[in-house]
Design a protein around this ligand. Sequence first.
Ligand code: ZN
Length: 54
Amino acid sequence: MLGGDFRDRLGVCTAPHCDRVYVDVSRNGTRRFCGTACQNRVKTAAFRARGRTA
Ligand SMILES: [Zn+2]
């Protein structure tokens, strides 16, 4: 559906060193990153922070 409340769907990427704005088009609004590049970057960093080596 278009014409919805896009302002409610606007968010800023939560990845470090990134402040890009995205529009969350997922059904339940759980998006946190501007794209998969940032998502993977944060995932990898969290994985490493847990003490596991790649
Ligand atoms: Zn980002």
